[in-house]
Design a protein around this ligand. Structure first.
Ligand code: ADP
Length: 350
């Protein structure tokens, strides 16, 4: 089944508190959309509105062409996986996986084959007769995914599915999810996470949420290279955010004139200049700034230098260091004009 998801001006409130504010968002058929944002920003609420576990106070939710706003959860054709697996402890793996099919009143004869297919797909075929307590956390989560896939949903909702797993398992499962997505190219996936690595790795597009609202939406590359807001710049990847005053073709920062693309911001305005730490080099070059070394951290493949420039602390991730500068040493750092993004003040809504 091919079906995207569409939020049309969807708002959700608990009492007087609006926790999802006028969300407009489309997940294309077969697309993985990450909802990324800090805790409490409304991500899970958006997902639950698709699942049918919360009722919007206004707006409509579509799955494919179908307006599902008033439909009960089991009639929406969705699979859902949450952080805490939520397997039934007294049921064997195969019974857990069959559960959704039974609830949907799928023809009985077809159920074993569908269960076997879902377990095969998640690498859990050998564990069909076990109980959840006989499985590791990662295996339990695979079963939860198998259970969601067994109904052959057009839409898969994943709510922080990896956050209960330890770091190593998490990266393995991330690769597994990417593989599953390749095997199920028609299934739209809405993936709630506060972890930017998960979003950047898995998503075709990322919707950035903050305080009940959608702030930005784009491919991982767009959001990383050309963030539209300070919030996105700091939440998707690491960023230096420098307060600047805009001139024509340049900005002034800490008494220096920096050449950067200024087309989108009028001269005289205050704005923020975003430069990614790995795009700042040590030594002389275009857009040079003098500063002192405040801290150095060795991170294996790079050194993270913290450089104080006129009271602002810049982060620079430097790959090759011929000699490590001393703390307090005066240094010059620089960045290429095209590597900076100028963000107008007050752009906060998508
Ligand atoms: P996120 O998934 O981004 O962490 P949520 O969508 O879970 O955020 O929550 C958004 C806001 O809604 C939070 O402030 C949360 O406390 C509130 N909230 C969530 N569920 C309920 C509920 N059942 N009753 C009251 N407030 C809730």
């Amino acid at each position: 089944m091919t079906s995207g998801i569409r939020f049309e001006n969807v708002s959700v409130a608990y009492g007087r508190s609006v926790v999802l504010d006028s969300l407009d968002l489309t997940v294309e058929p077969g697309e993985v959309m990450a909802l990324l944002g800090p805790s409490g920003s409304g991500k899970t609420t958006a997902l639950r509105a698709v699942a049918g576990f919360v009722q919007p106070v206004s707006g409509r939710v579509f799955i494919g062409d179908r307006d599902v706003t008033g439909l009960p959860p089991h009639r929406r054709g969705i699979g859902m996986v949450v952080q805490q697996y939520a397997l039934f402890p007294h049921m064997r793996v195969e019974e857990n996986v069959a559960f959704g099919l039974r609830a949907q009143k799928a023809p009985k004869r077809g159920i074993p084959a569908r269960v076997a297919e879902a377990l095969e797909m998640t690498g859990m075929a050998a564990y069909a007769r076990r109980y959840p307590r006989e499985l590791s956390g990662g295996q339990q989560q695979r079963v939860a995914i198998a259970r969601a896939l067994a109904i052959r949903p057009g839409v898969l909702l994943l709510d922080e599915p990896l956050s209960a797993l330890d770091a190593q398992l998490r990266s393995g499962m991330l690769a597994e999810l990417a593989r599953l997505h390749r095997e199920l190219p028609d299934v739209s996936i809405l993936y709630v996470t506060h972890d930017q690595v998960e979003a950047l790795t898995l998503a075709d597009r990322i919707a950035v949420m903050d305080r009940a609202r959608l702030r930005d939406c784009g491919t991982p590359q767009e959001l990383y290279r050309r963030p539209r807001t300070e919030f996105t710049a700091s939440f998707v990847g690491n960023a230096n955010l420098l307060p600047v005053t805009v001139g024509s073709g340049s900005v002034s920062f800490a008494g220096a004139d920096l050449k950067v693309p200024t087309a989108e911001v009028p001269p005289g305005a205050s704005a923020t200049l975003c430069v990614r730490p790995h795009l700042i080099g040590l030594g002389d070059g275009p857009n040079a700034l003098r500063g002192t070394i405040a801290e150095i951290q060795w991170r294996g493949s790079t050194h993270r230098l913290y450089v104080d420039v006129d009271g602002h602390r810049l982060k620079a991730d430097v790959r090759e260091l011929r000699e490590t500068p001393a703390l307090g040493a005066e240094v010059t750092v620089h960045f290429a004009p095209e590597d900076a993004v100028l963000l107008a003040a007050g752009v906060s809504d998508a």
